[in-house]
Design a protein around this ligand. Sequence first.
Ligand code: ATR
Length: 276
Amino acid sequence: MKKWFAVIGNPINHSLSPVMHDTWLAEQHINASYIPVHVEEDKLCDAVQSLKLLGCSGWNVTVPYKEAIIPYLDEVDQSAKGIGAVNTVVKTEDGRFVGYNTDGLGFIESLGAISQTNRILLLGAGGASRGIAHAFKQLGFSQIAIANRTYANAERLVEELQLGQAITLEEAQSTLGQFDIIVQTTPQGMKNNSAALPIQLHQIKEHAIVADIVYNPLVTPFLEEAKKYNVRTVNGLGMLVHQGAIAFTYWNGVKPNTEQMVERLTEQLGGNYVNR
Ligand code: ATR
């Protein structure tokens, strides 16, 4: 039987995952397809049963089901357990369904070569920040600060993950020069959202990396601002591609080409922006 994979979510029609995975499947000569599945709010249970029944070999999970999917799985790996969310489901050879979270690791891979001694500043304390903070911790990074509009949420995350320190956005701005990697994880800057910057970057360190997990637009107002300081900027497309590549490797046992995919999707999104 031809293998097939899926992504479930709501909404799902703008997902870039189908074109990404179908391209990789073709490049690797794997006879399989990857299908977007729109799942209505009260239909997650039915949808998961159907995926299992119809022989789906694995699927991605996106908003709003990353947490709700967990009870339907046979097992959840350490990273997904720690984060409390699953974005990738793998069917094992003996027919069990195991949940993983590749978002945080995917983000870190998208940064390229970095060092454990780097000091990290995360802006935002929501689900995306949790995933990234957890992955940094897993990889042995210990100098992490989480700054958030609502300070109590940053405090809660730091406590939950047992790492780093919580600071206010004002503190983040005034101590910015201490950080090597600054990650914007809030939806601010997304198309149709506020263009206001979470913090000003006057104090930024030379050779810092500024990353935004948003990829629509490819250059957010935050990255636009960072470019004025001549630092390396990384947009959210790399995270999308690398989280997908890790999932692809779980499913197919081979690593797909991430660099070409970032270029291809950048072109598809109409930008000539290249991460430097
Ligand atoms: P996700 O799960 O995608 O990370 P989320 O859980 O909605 O999204 O988290 C949103 C994060 O962005 C939160 O840290 C939120 O701050 P609060 O804890 O104060 O709500 C932050 N956020 C959202 N909109 C923001 C804005 N306009 N300015 C600053 N922070 C914002």
